[in-house]
Design a protein around this ligand. Structure first.
Ligand SMILES: *Cc1c(COP(=O)(O)O)cnc(C)c1O
Length: 397
């Protein structure tokens, strides 16, 4: 009997369907005709205002604002902090395109900071680049859900007078030493785009405890003079000094998407447990693979493993290309951050050529061996174990 190599048949981009209660809530909004967040009848709060209240409670934040996308949330946070054209803004050398894009949209300059072999920001390079650039803001990207030592990071930030915006697109529901991701910096930004931890197609959420910043972000998002209808918001006094001087840069969330998201808040913890179970299956299946390095997860990090990364340190490009092709032939779709050309979501800092050219030799070395795969919740633990067997076999091959 000959062994036919097993082939994985799952779909790496297939998310779970929207749950029936969320569909019913969405249909109710459609039937009402009142899709705009400020189109409410007397006594009605509106789905968006309720979502903001519920997400503030989930994260323990005083204030929350729902917006059109994660990228919009990042730009809104930068504007609220007064980032002006020409300003340097620090961010991770390993992140996703909407992060440097939000910086560039303000005419500001992304300054990329090296990452470590554990895929998090390098504290020494952060300190050095803060000094050299004079930046006042760090947009910290918890890329692929890997959280740096947040206590150490906030110390570096304080020492260099940096305000921290957290990009929590991959860490909604995660925490460092018990503090929810997004609650260490002055502003936390989340995405509810389809591939993130809550799914409304597109969408973003912003949290902060700072009344003046939140009032400014609410005005920026396009609240006209309807801001008193917000619930997870500071009182009217916070808006008085700002309301004549803050431009309306429309980026509101609508009631339809909020209705889809609200039922996903109470089910987030359950989904996190399922993502992490898939992750542990993969981790266990690859623990003994020669030449493959897993990313250590610190004790203090409560992660949400909606994706999986591993490194092939020292493998040359031809060997990784062949490995990725063999895995693909067996149904395992791996994204490689070291490829010469950006493809899909794998763009690198050097593909964002609107930013000044920068050299990050450590990040280059890490990304050259970095492989990434999604873990949608349509996968079972048996699927995760099979994916690990295929990666293990092909890494040995
Ligand atoms: C998805 C994502 C964002 C925000 O993206 P939107 O598509 O605008 O919601 C920001 N940062 C990272 C790292 C992301 O993956």
């Amino acid at each position: 009997m000959t062994d036919t190599p097993e082939v994985f048949t799952g779909n790496f981009t297939q998310q779970e369907p929207i749950a029936e209660d969320a569909i019913a809530a969405a249909v109710a909004v459609l039937r009402s005709g009142r899709l705009h967040r400020y189109n409410t009848v007397p006594g009605e709060a509106g789905e968006v205002a309720l979502l903001e209240e519920e997400f503030a409670a989930l994260t323990g934040a005083r204030y929350c604002l729902a917006v059109a996308s994660g990228g919009y949330a990042l730009g809104c946070a930068l504007r609220a902090l007064g980032v002006a054209p020409g300003d340097a803004v620090l961010t991770n050398g390993f992140t996703l395109a909407p992060v440097p894009g939000a910086i560039a949209a303000l005419g500001a300059q992304p300054v990329f900071v090296e990452i470590t072999g554990d895929l998090v920001i390098d504290m020494d390079d952060l300190a050095a680049k803060a000094r050299a650039s004079g930046a006042r803001v760090l947009m910290l990207s918890h890329m692929r859900g890997h959280i740096c030592d947040m206590d150490a990071l906030m110390q570096v930030a304080q020492a260099h007078d940096l305000q921290v915006i957290e990009d929590c697109a991959h860490t909604m529901g995660a925490a460092w030493a018990g503090v929810p991701s997004g609650r260490h910096g002055v502003i936390g930004c989340y995405s509810t785009q389809t591939y993130k931890h809550m799914n409304s197609g597109e969408g973003g959420l912003i949290v902060s405890d700072d009344a003046a910043l939140m009032a400014k972000m609410i005005l920026l998002s396009g609240s006209y003079m309807m801001y008193p209808r917000h619930r997870a918001a500071p009182g009217p006094e916070a808006f008085e000094a700002l309301k004549y001087d803050t431009p309306n840069i429309s980026g509101r969330m609508d009631n339809l998407r909020a209705a889809i998201l609200r039922p996903q808040i109470p089910t987030l913890a359950g989904r996190i447990a399922r993502w992490n179970a898939l992750y542990r299956r993969l981790e266990a299946g690859l623990a003994a693979t020669p030449g493959l390095r897993l990313i250590p997860r610190p004790q203090a990090e409560s992660y949400v493993a909606s994706s999986f990364q591993f490194l092939l340190p020292g493998w040359d490009a031809a060997r990784i290309t062949a490995f990725v092709a063999r895995a693909a032939a067996r149904g395992v779709e791996l994204k490689w951050f070291g490829a010469a050309e950006p493809a899909g979501f794998t763009s690198r800092y050097d593909s964002w050529r609107y930013a000044a050219p920068q050299s990050l030799p450590v990040t280059d070395r890490v990304l050259a061996g970095l492989l990434d795969l999604r873990l949608p919740l349509t996968f079972t633990e048996a699927d995760a174990a099979q994916i690990a067997r295929i990666i293990d076999a092909e890494a040995r091959g």
